[in-house]
Design a protein around this ligand. Structure first.
Ligand SMILES: [Zn+2]
Ligand SMILES: [Zn+2]
Length: 348
């Protein structure tokens, strides 16, 4: 047995194939993990659909996927932190560990970052090799379908907790899977009012189920007026911008409170025109770009939130499929009618 099944982006065009590859070899500082569950990220869908970003970044053939939980079955000779039998997930940013940013607690913005399943062979497979430094040892009593979503959950946690949130009003703009998680996190940590803004009805309902106090569909109503009505005319303290949509960003600067904080995770595909004078400067608004997870502060926060049992993970994970059905998973991602979609390489 030295072959494994996996999902490979084999050619520079739309789609991917289910095939077999050699089980990866590990270096002295790496571990080999048997993948138990691996979830589909928006990034995976971009690679699958072969969008403009993927065409520039991805060099096929590539085993896709990066969000996972699995069992360590082999460790390199220099590995000391992780043991065989540990259930691990991974910080997916493989950083240099040497630059100024890495040396000053900002490794999440290391300029030499490689991303698992983007720049290296990924996790839509029975086995994956990762550096020991990137392994996060899990509580094995938590089901793998929840452990595998910690990486995107970390994005949501990093966004919501990048400033004060307890007792604050927050608008989560865009309720894709990470937006849904941001709603759940904001609620769990004690935001005063969580307003979810989303156009897809399935995801509007999901936002309600994980605890949104107010949901607004900007296609159906005046989002600026409604947010102001919900906040005594003051606007929200915090905007978690998860949509990357230019109109949504422009609107958010109109309903954010004076002195508010806008944490931006969504990635616009083109330049966005903003009223910097009235939307940011005169309002004293703080804008914070969010990339990845703080290493490893965010992971500890995620661990604590999982342990709290307050995140409604059963609502966040909406679909579980065998790896063989990855195309069905990609269709769900395309439709928007899903939360997290989790794939199982060996579904029983
Ligand atoms: Zn991801
Ligand atoms: Zn670095």
């Amino acid at each position: 047995m030295n072959k494994m099944k996996c999902v490979v982006k084999s050619e520079p065009k739309e789609g991917a194939i289910l095939t077999t590859r050699e089980i990866p070899q590990i270096g002295p500082n790496e571990i080999l993990v048997k993948v138990l569950a691996t979830s589909i990220c928006g990034t995976d869908y971009h690679i699958y659909s072969w969008d403009a970003w993927s065409q520039k970044r991805i060099k096929p053939p590539l085993i896709m996927g990066h969000e996972f939980a699995g069992e360590v079955i082999k460790v390199g000779e220099k590995v000391s932190k992780v043991k065989i039998g540990d259930i691990v997930s991974a910080e997916t940013h493989i950083v240099c560990g040497k630059c100024e940013l890495c040396a000053t607690g900002k490794a999440h913005i290391c300029k030499d970052t490689l991303i698992l399943g983007v720049d290296t062979q990924g996790t839509f497979a029975e086995y994956v090799a990762i550096p020991e430094d990137n392994a996060w040892v899990n509580d094995p009593s938590i089901p793998p379908e929840y452990l595998c979503i910690q990486e995107p959950l970390g994005n949501a946690v990093h966004t919501v907790l990048s400033g004060d949130i307890i007792g604050k009003t927050i608008a989560v703009v865009g309720c894709g899977p990470i937006g849904i998680m941001a709603v759940a996190v904001a609620k769990a940590v004690g935001a005063a009012k969580v307003i979810a803004i989303e156009v897809n009805e399935y995801r509007i309902n999901l936002a309600k189920e994980v605890g949104a106090d107010v949901v607004i569909n900007p296609i159906k109503e005046d989002v600026i007026k409604r947010v102001l009505d919900e906040t005594d005319g003051m606007g929200v303290d915090v905007v978690a911008e998860m949509s990357g949509n230019s109109t949504a960003i422009q609107q958010a600067l109109k309903y954010i409170k004076l002195g508010g904080r806008m944490a931006m995770l969504g990635i616009p595909t083109e330049d966005v025109k903003l009223d910097v004078a009235n939307g940011i400067v005169f309002k004293g608004v703080q804008i914070h770009g969010i990339v990845g997870r703080r290493m490893y502060e965010t992971w500890h926060q995620v661990k604590g939130l999982l342990a709290s049992g307050n995140l409604k993970l059963d609502k966040i994970v909406t679909h579980k499929l065998p790896l063989e059905d990855f195309e069905k998973g990609m269709e769900l991602m395309k439709s928007g009618n899903c939360g997290k979609v989790v794939l199982f390489p060996n579904m029983k």
